[in-house]
Design a binder for this molecule. Sequence first.
Ligand SMILES: *Cc1c(COP(=O)(O)O)cnc(C)c1O
Length: 531
Amino acid sequence: MPKKNSDVNYSKLSPFELKNKLISLAQSVTDRGMLNAGRGNPNFLATIPRQGFFQFGLFALEESEMSFSFIPEGVGGYPLRHDLIERFSDFIRRNYDRPGVPFLGKALSYVRDQLGLDSNIFIQEMTNAILGCDYPTPDRMLSISEQIIKTYLVQEMGMRGISTNNFDLFAVEGGTAAIAYIFNSLKENKLIKTGDKIAIGAPIFTPYLEIPELNDYELVEVMVEADADNGWQYPEKELRKLEDPSIKAFFLVNPSNPPSVKIDDRSLDILSDIIKKHPDLIVLTDDVYGTFADNFRSLFSICPQNTILVYSFSKYFGATGWRLGVIALTKDNILDKKIAHLLAKEKAELNQRYSSLTLEPEKIKLIDRMVADSRAVGLNHTAGLSTPQQAQMVFFALFEMMDLQHHYKAMIKSLIRRRHAALYNHLDIPQPDDENSVDYYTLLDLEKISQQLYGKDFAQWIMKTQDPLDILFHIASETGIVLLPGKGFGVLHPSARASLANLYEYQYVAIGKAIRGLAEKYYQEYQKSKK
Ligand SMILES: *Cc1c(COP(=O)(O)O)cnc(C)c1O
């Protein structure tokens, strides 16, 4: 059995970098499969909206070829707008037995009848988008696409009382780009400055801990700690830290990563009260797991004027390779007001920065500044998410909205929850159960599990004599299982994050059994040590 790790360097690495070391240990035994439960990448994906995408692509190509039909094969032109919708309906009829085509037919009537959008303009926008034959215009997001994704967010993020007319979207290359663009524009627009205090809801997806520390930002981090013993909710005392007027912003992942629980209603009420007392607090809520929660309600609907929303299509639709996400910001928000109230000298500097875009740069909204900043301002005219990506995003959203029985959602939820049950059943400890739990990840607490399996004394012995990171290395080399250390995510107590999205159910059975077996070995060593 390994003892305390003398090689302390590993503990400094981000869990996502450390995973390479864990993977090499897990692969060190040939002929034994590796079980990588470290990855958040789902192993399921939505097929129907993808079929729709490819079929629509074939339609768009027919249209393109038709418009240049006198020219030799292989050269198409811009699709003709005249009677496009008739030809689309004809395409649906001709190909109705092909996968994805009935979905497209229903999508057309949904957009027209349920969303009240102009179906002709919709088909035009999608045809050009999928061909990728124009720069993205408007650069922030294509118009009908923006309408559709807004409706999707209102539905999925539980935005009661928020009209799609009252907020804007910026379509971006996944949650990753959203986070990077937001930090950059907050800084460029002097909304957060070097040395500013920012609060972080912990534990959290590691970039939110790492980016503020970069020399680009040098922010002072105030941790708002969730309580492991109370279902990972934030105690009121922790939330009340946000009333401190010197705290400029609050970064939150909801539902959380890694504990994977949504903020409960009690905390939402407290946060709503805090915003009344600290009305210029900037809130960034990363809700990429919101689509997996029951009765989800985003902070965007609790304090819309304060909040920047990040949403990604990566996890729910199994679409990490597509790079699809959005940033949402209400039209009437405190961030634009803060910019309007900057010092004259600061405003002059910003007007200079954006002067190439318009004659009235002070009127540019923050969300449009983000678009410009994302392409170093000078390339604003070629900014924006690639148009085929926007088309796929629209098909994903329509697929979910048209699924009135929530068939896909029920399947995905039951898939990850069965894996959760399999893991805990074979680990031989009670399955944590909580109405706010999403179960995309689970946190395995070293001390708690040791205690549940063999009692308090054993748990104390483990904590005293074993290095938690060594245990993860040991799990990897002995069983081929990769789990990430909770510590890097800001979990205070030694723990491991297992993703429930990434492997098959029988593999979670194997993980439960293997960890159970290893615990048995530690227990034998513990008993020997007592003799
Ligand atoms: C996975 C994840 C992201 C990144 O999403 P992409 O859209 O794949 O870039 C962002 N935030 C959280 C909390 C995540 O778990």
